[in-house]
Design a protein around this ligand. Structure first.
Ligand SMILES: *Cc1c(COP(=O)(O)O)cnc(C)c1O
Length: 325
Protein backbone atom coordinates (compact mmCIF):
# COMPACT_ATOMS: atom_id res chain seq x y z
CA UNK A 1 0.00 0.00 0.00
CA UNK A 2 1.24 3.46 -0.87
CA UNK A 3 1.55 5.82 2.12
CA UNK A 4 -0.81 8.77 2.10
CA UNK A 5 0.30 11.85 0.20
CA UNK A 6 0.29 15.07 2.20
CA UNK A 7 -2.74 16.20 0.19
CA UNK A 8 -4.60 12.98 1.09
CA UNK A 9 -3.69 13.34 4.75
CA UNK A 10 -4.98 16.92 4.71
CA UNK A 11 -8.17 15.75 2.97
CA UNK A 12 -8.68 13.20 5.75
CA UNK A 13 -8.27 15.82 8.49
CA UNK A 14 -10.56 18.24 6.62
CA UNK A 15 -13.25 15.57 6.28
CA UNK A 16 -13.03 14.83 10.01
CA UNK A 17 -13.33 18.58 10.70
CA UNK A 18 -16.51 18.71 8.60
CA UNK A 19 -17.92 15.69 10.46
CA UNK A 20 -17.20 17.45 13.78
CA UNK A 21 -18.42 20.84 12.52
CA UNK A 22 -15.23 22.61 13.57
CA UNK A 23 -12.88 25.20 12.11
CA UNK A 24 -9.99 23.67 14.06
CA UNK A 25 -7.77 20.97 12.55
CA UNK A 26 -8.44 17.56 14.13
CA UNK A 27 -5.63 15.23 15.20
CA UNK A 28 -5.47 12.02 13.15
CA UNK A 29 -4.89 9.23 15.68
CA UNK A 30 -2.88 6.28 14.29
CA UNK A 31 -4.99 3.77 16.20
CA UNK A 32 -8.45 2.79 17.33
CA UNK A 33 -10.72 5.29 19.01
CA UNK A 34 -10.05 3.80 22.42
CA UNK A 35 -6.34 4.72 22.03
CA UNK A 36 -7.23 8.36 21.41
CA UNK A 37 -9.57 8.35 24.39
CA UNK A 38 -6.90 6.93 26.69
CA UNK A 39 -4.39 9.47 25.33
CA UNK A 40 -6.80 12.30 26.18
CA UNK A 41 -7.28 10.98 29.72
CA UNK A 42 -3.50 10.68 30.25
CA UNK A 43 -2.85 14.16 28.83
CA UNK A 44 -5.54 15.86 30.89
CA UNK A 45 -5.08 14.10 34.24
CA UNK A 46 -2.84 15.57 36.94
CA UNK A 47 -2.93 15.89 40.72
CA UNK A 48 -5.01 18.93 41.60
CA UNK A 49 -7.11 18.78 38.45
CA UNK A 50 -10.77 18.11 39.16
CA UNK A 51 -13.18 16.24 36.89
CA UNK A 52 -16.88 15.50 36.87
CA UNK A 53 -17.37 12.24 34.96
CA UNK A 54 -20.86 11.26 33.80
CA UNK A 55 -21.28 7.49 33.80
CA UNK A 56 -24.35 5.79 32.36
CA UNK A 57 -22.63 3.03 30.43
CA UNK A 58 -19.41 1.03 30.24
CA UNK A 59 -17.15 3.54 28.43
CA UNK A 60 -17.63 6.30 31.02
CA UNK A 61 -16.22 4.05 33.75
CA UNK A 62 -12.92 3.40 31.89
CA UNK A 63 -12.34 7.10 31.41
CA UNK A 64 -12.77 7.87 35.10
CA UNK A 65 -10.29 5.10 35.93
CA UNK A 66 -7.56 6.49 33.63
CA UNK A 67 -8.03 9.95 35.10
CA UNK A 68 -7.62 8.56 38.63
CA UNK A 69 -4.47 6.69 37.62
CA UNK A 70 -3.10 10.06 36.49
CA UNK A 71 -3.67 11.42 39.98
CA UNK A 72 -6.72 13.55 39.15
CA UNK A 73 -9.64 14.12 41.50
CA UNK A 74 -12.64 12.50 39.86
CA UNK A 75 -16.27 12.60 40.87
CA UNK A 76 -18.39 10.03 39.03
CA UNK A 77 -22.03 10.91 38.59
CA UNK A 78 -23.89 7.66 38.01
CA UNK A 79 -27.40 6.82 36.86
CA UNK A 80 -28.96 3.56 35.60
CA UNK A 81 -27.87 2.51 32.12
CA UNK A 82 -31.41 2.60 30.74
CA UNK A 83 -31.58 6.35 31.27
CA UNK A 84 -29.64 9.45 30.19
CA UNK A 85 -28.51 12.51 32.13
CA UNK A 86 -30.78 15.46 32.68
CA UNK A 87 -28.95 18.68 31.74
CA UNK A 88 -30.26 20.49 34.84
CA UNK A 89 -28.95 17.71 37.09
CA UNK A 90 -25.56 18.07 35.38
CA UNK A 91 -25.67 21.85 35.88
CA UNK A 92 -26.43 21.32 39.61
CA UNK A 93 -23.56 18.83 39.92
CA UNK A 94 -21.20 21.29 38.22
CA UNK A 95 -22.21 23.99 40.73
CA UNK A 96 -21.74 21.60 43.61
CA UNK A 97 -18.40 20.06 42.61
CA UNK A 98 -16.88 22.98 40.64
CA UNK A 99 -14.62 20.84 38.46
CA UNK A 100 -12.06 22.03 35.89
CA UNK A 101 -13.49 19.63 33.33
CA UNK A 102 -16.62 17.67 32.54
CA UNK A 103 -16.37 14.37 30.66
CA UNK A 104 -19.07 12.16 29.25
CA UNK A 105 -20.01 9.72 26.53
CA UNK A 106 -22.54 11.27 24.16
CA UNK A 107 -23.95 8.03 22.71
CA UNK A 108 -23.53 4.62 24.33
CA UNK A 109 -23.82 1.94 21.66
CA UNK A 110 -24.13 -0.70 24.40
CA UNK A 111 -27.23 0.88 26.00
CA UNK A 112 -28.77 2.71 23.04
CA UNK A 113 -28.99 5.97 25.00
CA UNK A 114 -27.81 9.42 23.88
CA UNK A 115 -27.10 12.03 26.53
CA UNK A 116 -28.53 15.51 25.72
CA UNK A 117 -25.13 16.80 24.59
CA UNK A 118 -26.28 20.18 23.31
CA UNK A 119 -27.96 21.09 26.63
CA UNK A 120 -25.10 19.62 28.71
CA UNK A 121 -22.64 21.72 26.70
CA UNK A 122 -24.69 24.85 27.35
CA UNK A 123 -24.49 24.18 31.11
CA UNK A 124 -20.71 23.63 30.91
CA UNK A 125 -20.15 26.69 28.70
CA UNK A 126 -22.06 28.95 31.11
CA UNK A 127 -19.63 27.84 33.83
CA UNK A 128 -16.43 27.97 31.77
CA UNK A 129 -15.75 24.26 32.30
CA UNK A 130 -13.56 22.31 29.83
CA UNK A 131 -15.56 19.56 28.11
CA UNK A 132 -14.29 16.16 26.98
CA UNK A 133 -16.71 14.09 24.91
CA UNK A 134 -16.59 10.51 23.62
CA UNK A 135 -18.62 10.81 20.40
CA UNK A 136 -17.33 7.61 18.76
CA UNK A 137 -20.84 6.19 18.50
CA UNK A 138 -22.50 9.55 17.84
CA UNK A 139 -21.02 11.35 14.86
CA UNK A 140 -22.82 10.25 11.70
CA UNK A 141 -25.91 9.13 13.65
CA UNK A 142 -26.72 11.86 16.19
CA UNK A 143 -26.24 15.61 15.51
CA UNK A 144 -22.93 17.08 16.69
CA UNK A 145 -21.50 20.63 16.48
CA UNK A 146 -18.10 20.96 18.10
CA UNK A 147 -17.54 24.72 17.72
CA UNK A 148 -21.14 25.84 18.15
CA UNK A 149 -21.59 23.72 21.29
CA UNK A 150 -18.16 24.70 22.67
CA UNK A 151 -16.71 21.18 22.93
CA UNK A 152 -12.99 21.27 23.88
CA UNK A 153 -11.90 17.69 23.25
CA UNK A 154 -13.86 15.05 21.34
CA UNK A 155 -12.98 11.60 20.00
CA UNK A 156 -14.54 9.93 16.98
CA UNK A 157 -13.91 6.75 14.99
CA UNK A 158 -15.08 5.47 11.63
CA UNK A 159 -16.41 2.07 12.67
CA UNK A 160 -19.83 2.92 14.04
CA UNK A 161 -21.92 5.36 11.96
CA UNK A 162 -19.23 6.64 9.59
CA UNK A 163 -19.19 3.75 7.08
CA UNK A 164 -15.62 2.73 7.87
CA UNK A 165 -13.56 0.45 10.04
CA UNK A 166 -11.47 0.92 13.15
CA UNK A 167 -7.74 1.43 13.08
CA UNK A 168 -7.63 5.19 12.52
CA UNK A 169 -9.57 7.68 14.64
CA UNK A 170 -9.69 11.42 15.25
CA UNK A 171 -9.59 13.96 18.06
CA UNK A 172 -11.20 17.35 17.74
CA UNK A 173 -9.29 19.73 20.01
CA UNK A 174 -10.15 23.38 20.68
CA UNK A 175 -7.37 25.92 21.24
CA UNK A 176 -8.27 26.00 24.90
CA UNK A 177 -8.24 22.19 25.09
CA UNK A 178 -4.82 22.04 23.45
CA UNK A 179 -3.44 24.66 25.86
CA UNK A 180 -4.84 22.75 28.82
CA UNK A 181 -2.98 19.62 27.73
CA UNK A 182 0.23 21.57 27.00
CA UNK A 183 0.06 23.13 30.48
CA UNK A 184 -0.03 19.70 32.10
CA UNK A 185 3.43 18.84 33.40
CA UNK A 186 2.22 15.31 34.14
CA UNK A 187 1.21 14.62 30.53
CA UNK A 188 3.11 11.78 28.80
CA UNK A 189 6.22 12.82 26.86
CA UNK A 190 7.96 11.03 23.97
CA UNK A 191 4.93 8.78 24.02
CA UNK A 192 2.31 7.38 21.66
CA UNK A 193 -0.18 8.73 24.21
CA UNK A 194 0.88 12.36 23.85
CA UNK A 195 -1.87 14.24 22.01
CA UNK A 196 0.15 17.47 21.83
CA UNK A 197 3.23 15.75 20.36
CA UNK A 198 1.00 14.09 17.77
CA UNK A 199 -0.64 17.44 17.02
CA UNK A 200 2.76 19.10 16.49
CA UNK A 201 4.15 16.14 14.51
CA UNK A 202 1.21 16.26 12.09
CA UNK A 203 1.88 19.92 11.34
CA UNK A 204 5.39 18.87 10.26
CA UNK A 205 4.58 15.68 8.36
CA UNK A 206 2.56 12.51 8.19
CA UNK A 207 3.17 10.25 11.22
CA UNK A 208 5.32 7.31 10.11
CA UNK A 209 3.19 4.91 12.16
CA UNK A 210 -0.13 5.85 10.54
CA UNK A 211 -1.73 2.53 9.47
CA UNK A 212 -1.96 2.96 5.70
CA UNK A 213 -4.73 0.45 4.97
CA UNK A 214 -7.01 1.94 7.62
CA UNK A 215 -6.20 5.53 6.67
CA UNK A 216 -7.09 4.77 3.06
CA UNK A 217 -10.32 3.11 4.18
CA UNK A 218 -11.22 6.19 6.25
CA UNK A 219 -10.60 8.36 3.19
CA UNK A 220 -12.84 6.07 1.13
CA UNK A 221 -15.60 6.24 3.77
CA UNK A 222 -15.50 10.04 4.01
CA UNK A 223 -15.64 10.34 0.20
CA UNK A 224 -18.65 8.00 0.16
CA UNK A 225 -20.35 10.13 2.82
CA UNK A 226 -19.70 13.29 0.79
CA UNK A 227 -21.10 11.67 -2.36
CA UNK A 228 -24.34 10.76 -0.59
CA UNK A 229 -25.10 14.22 0.81
CA UNK A 230 -22.62 14.63 3.65
CA UNK A 231 -22.80 13.92 7.37
CA UNK A 232 -26.14 15.70 7.88
CA UNK A 233 -27.78 13.41 5.31
CA UNK A 234 -26.20 10.42 7.05
CA UNK A 235 -27.62 11.60 10.39
CA UNK A 236 -31.06 12.00 8.79
CA UNK A 237 -30.84 8.47 7.34
CA UNK A 238 -29.98 6.96 10.75
CA UNK A 239 -32.77 8.94 12.36
CA UNK A 240 -35.44 7.77 9.90
CA UNK A 241 -34.36 4.13 10.32
CA UNK A 242 -34.28 4.39 14.12
CA UNK A 243 -37.79 5.85 14.18
CA UNK A 244 -39.03 3.06 11.95
CA UNK A 245 -37.42 0.31 14.04
CA UNK A 246 -38.83 1.72 17.30
CA UNK A 247 -42.31 2.06 15.81
CA UNK A 248 -42.41 -1.40 14.25
CA UNK A 249 -40.74 -3.16 17.18
CA UNK A 250 -43.29 -1.63 19.57
CA UNK A 251 -46.11 -2.68 17.23
CA UNK A 252 -44.75 -6.24 17.39
CA UNK A 253 -44.96 -6.09 21.18
CA UNK A 254 -41.36 -5.20 22.15
CA UNK A 255 -40.51 -2.74 24.93
CA UNK A 256 -37.74 -0.19 24.39
CA UNK A 257 -34.81 -0.71 26.80
CA UNK A 258 -34.35 3.03 27.24
CA UNK A 259 -36.84 4.41 29.75
CA UNK A 260 -37.44 7.57 27.71
CA UNK A 261 -37.98 7.28 23.99
CA UNK A 262 -36.63 10.80 23.44
CA UNK A 263 -33.30 9.59 24.88
CA UNK A 264 -32.83 6.90 22.23
CA UNK A 265 -29.85 7.32 19.92
CA UNK A 266 -30.35 7.04 16.16
CA UNK A 267 -27.25 4.80 16.01
CA UNK A 268 -29.01 1.63 17.10
CA UNK A 269 -32.11 0.47 18.94
CA UNK A 270 -32.09 -1.45 22.21
CA UNK A 271 -35.08 -3.59 23.19
CA UNK A 272 -35.88 -5.50 26.36
CA UNK A 273 -35.20 -9.20 25.82
CA UNK A 274 -38.64 -10.84 25.55
CA UNK A 275 -39.47 -13.87 27.69
CA UNK A 276 -39.59 -16.63 25.13
CA UNK A 277 -37.56 -19.79 24.46
CA UNK A 278 -36.44 -18.34 21.10
CA UNK A 279 -35.18 -15.15 22.78
CA UNK A 280 -33.42 -17.11 25.54
CA UNK A 281 -31.54 -19.17 22.94
CA UNK A 282 -30.75 -16.23 20.64
CA UNK A 283 -27.08 -15.61 19.84
CA UNK A 284 -27.40 -13.00 17.08
CA UNK A 285 -28.52 -12.82 13.46
CA UNK A 286 -27.61 -10.11 10.95
CA UNK A 287 -27.73 -6.74 12.71
CA UNK A 288 -29.77 -8.06 15.65
CA UNK A 289 -27.29 -8.77 18.44
CA UNK A 290 -27.54 -9.94 22.05
CA UNK A 291 -26.70 -7.54 24.88
CA UNK A 292 -23.02 -6.75 25.37
CA UNK A 293 -21.14 -7.50 28.60
CA UNK A 294 -23.28 -6.83 31.66
CA UNK A 295 -26.35 -6.41 29.45
CA UNK A 296 -26.21 -9.94 28.03
CA UNK A 297 -29.57 -11.59 28.75
CA UNK A 298 -31.17 -8.19 29.36
CA UNK A 299 -31.62 -6.67 25.93
CA UNK A 300 -31.32 -6.97 22.16
CA UNK A 301 -29.48 -4.45 20.01
CA UNK A 302 -30.57 -3.67 16.47
CA UNK A 303 -27.41 -2.19 14.97
CA UNK A 304 -28.84 -0.23 12.04
CA UNK A 305 -25.72 1.88 11.62
CA UNK A 306 -22.97 2.63 9.14
CA UNK A 307 -23.05 0.28 6.17
CA UNK A 308 -26.10 -1.38 7.78
CA UNK A 309 -28.13 1.85 7.81
CA UNK A 310 -30.30 0.51 4.99
CA UNK A 311 -33.93 -0.53 4.52
CA UNK A 312 -32.80 -4.03 3.53
CA UNK A 313 -30.90 -4.58 6.77
CA UNK A 314 -33.83 -3.22 8.80
CA UNK A 315 -36.39 -5.36 6.92
CA UNK A 316 -34.37 -8.47 7.78
CA UNK A 317 -33.95 -7.33 11.40
CA UNK A 318 -37.70 -6.87 11.86
CA UNK A 319 -38.30 -10.42 10.56
CA UNK A 320 -35.73 -11.71 13.05
CA UNK A 321 -37.42 -9.80 15.87
CA UNK A 322 -40.85 -11.20 14.97
CA UNK A 323 -39.48 -14.73 15.31
CA UNK A 324 -38.17 -14.05 18.83
CA UNK A 325 -41.55 -13.38 20.40
C1 LIG B 1 -17.16 1.79 20.03
C2 LIG B 1 -16.90 2.80 21.04
C3 LIG B 1 -15.60 3.17 21.44
C4 LIG B 1 -14.30 2.59 21.02
O1 LIG B 1 -14.23 1.85 19.93
P1 LIG B 1 -12.99 0.88 19.65
O2 LIG B 1 -13.47 0.08 18.51
O3 LIG B 1 -12.79 0.03 20.89
O4 LIG B 1 -11.84 1.74 19.37
C5 LIG B 1 -15.48 4.17 22.38
N1 LIG B 1 -16.54 4.76 22.92
C6 LIG B 1 -17.79 4.45 22.58
C7 LIG B 1 -18.92 5.15 23.23
C8 LIG B 1 -18.02 3.45 21.64
O5 LIG B 1 -19.28 3.10 21.35
Amino acid sequence: MIPLLRSEFDELAAAAARALATETTPVVVPGEAILGIEAVARCCAAPGRRFLNLANGPYGAFFGQWLREGGAEVRDLEIPWNDVFDAQAVADALDETRPDALCYVYTEAVTGGANPARAIQAAARARGVITIVDAVSSVGADPFRMDEWGVDIVSIGMQKALLGSNGVSFLGVSERGLRWMRDNRRAPEHSALSVTELYDAERAGIPAHLPVLEARDALRAFREIEETGGVDALVARHRALAERVRREAKALGFTLYQAREAACTALNTTLELPESPAAAAFSGEGIVRPGDGALFGRLLRVNHYGVSATDEAVNAALKTLARLL
